[in-house]
Write a protein that binds this ligand. Sequence first.
Ligand code: NDP
Ligand code: TDO
Ligand code: MG
Length: 296
Amino acid sequence: MRIAVTGKTGQVVTCLIEKGTAAGHEVIALGRPELDLADSASVARVLETAVPDVIVSAAAYTAVDKAESESDLAYAVNGAGAGAVAQAASALSVPLVHISTDYVFDGTLDRAYVESDPTGPTGVYGASKLAGERAVLATHGDNSALLRVAWVYSPFGANFVKTMLRLAADRNEVSVVADQLGNPTSALEIADGILRVATNLVADSNPALRGVFHLTASGEASWADFAEAIFAASADKGGATALVKRITTADYLTPATRPANSRLDCGLIAKVHGVALPDWHQSLNSVMARLQLIAN
Ligand SMILES: NC(=O)C1=CN([C@@H]2O[C@H](COP(=O)(O)OP(=O)(O)OC[C@H]3O[C@@H](n4cnc5c(N)ncnc54)[C@H](OP(=O)(O)O)[C@@H]3O)[C@@H](O)[C@H]2O)C=CC1
Ligand SMILES: Cc1cn([C@H]2C[C@H](O)[C@@H](COP(=O)(O)OP(=O)(O)O[C@H]3O[C@@H](C)C(=O)[C@@H](O)[C@H]3O)O2)c(=O)[nH]c1=O
Ligand SMILES: [Mg+2]
C-alpha cells in the first residue's frame, strides 16, 4: 500500500514509518513546512499530490497544558486541520485512519469506556480532538476509522517514559499522581494496529469496519504505577531509577484538568478488525530496551 501519513517526527508517525516500511508498504510522511494542519489549503495540496491508497491522520497539537492558553491554535490544528485531512481523503476517494484520544472523555465513569459512551472533554486539548472527530465523521465518516489511543510512549519524541528517566537522572524521588487511571500504550504497537486497520479498509468496503474504535494496550495503570514500572525496568537494565512518591491530582497543579479514569475498552476493534495489543508491561520492556540502546 502507498500510505500517506501526516507529521514527520511525531511518535506515531515515526513508528508507522518503521513498521510500515518493514511490512513492505510505501509510507510517505507529510508535515511541516509543506503540510501545515493550520493551513487547510496546504493540507489539500500536499495530500492530493501524494496520491495515496490510504491516509493516516496522526499529526496533532499534543501539548495538553499549553493548549489551555493556545486554544485557537489547538482547535485550528486538531479540529479544522483534521477536517481538512478528511476532506482530502474524500476528494481522493481513499479510506482515512484518524487518530484520536482518551482525553475526549470526562473520566467520571467507574469502568473502561466503550465507543458509544458520551464524551465530555475536561480541557482544550480533548475538546479540540473531539472537534476533529466530529469533523472527520461529518466529512468522510463513510470511509474512516477513528482510533482513540491513549498514554502514548515510544523510543521517539517526547513522552512520559522519557520524562521519568530524565527526572530520575538527577533525583532520588519523583512525585507522581496515583489517582488518574488509563492504558499506557506503545506507539510501535499502535503502528501495528493502524497497518492492520488500513489494510482492512483498503480491501473491504464493509461499513462495520468504519467508525470509532478504541485501541490501547491491555492492562491498566495509574501514572504512579506506570512510573514505578519504568523505574523498575530501568534499574533492571542498570539505568537511572528513583522512588515514586504517590500523590493525588490535588497535589499536582497543572493548567489542564485531566480525566481521573480514561481506561478504554478495546473489545470492538478486536472483534471487528482482529486487532488486540499486548499487555503494557511487555511493551514497556521492549521500548526500555531500545531507549537503553540509544543511551549507550
Ligand atoms: N502522545 C500521546 O500521549 C497521545 C497522542 N494521541 C494522539 O495520537 C496522535 C499522535 O500523537 P504523537 O505521535 O504522540 O504526537 P507527537 O506529539 O509525538 O507529534 C505530533 C506530530 O504532529 C505534528 N504537528 C503538530 N502541529 C502540526 C501542524 N500544525 N501541522 C502539521 N503537523 C503538525 C508534529 O510535527 P513537527 O514534527 O513539525 O513538530 C509531530 O509530527 C495525535 O493525533 C494525538 O492527538 C492520543 C492519545 C495519547
Ligand atoms: C511529569 C509529571 C507528571 N505528573 C502527572 C501530570 C499528569 O496528571 C500525568 C501525565 O503527565 P503528562 O503531562 O506526561 O501527560 P499528558 O500530557 O497529560 O498525557 C496525555 O497526552 C495527550 C496528548 C493524550 O492524548 C493523553 O492520552 C495522554 O497521554 O502525570 C506527575 O504527577 N508527576 C510528574 O513528575
Ligand atoms: Mg504532555
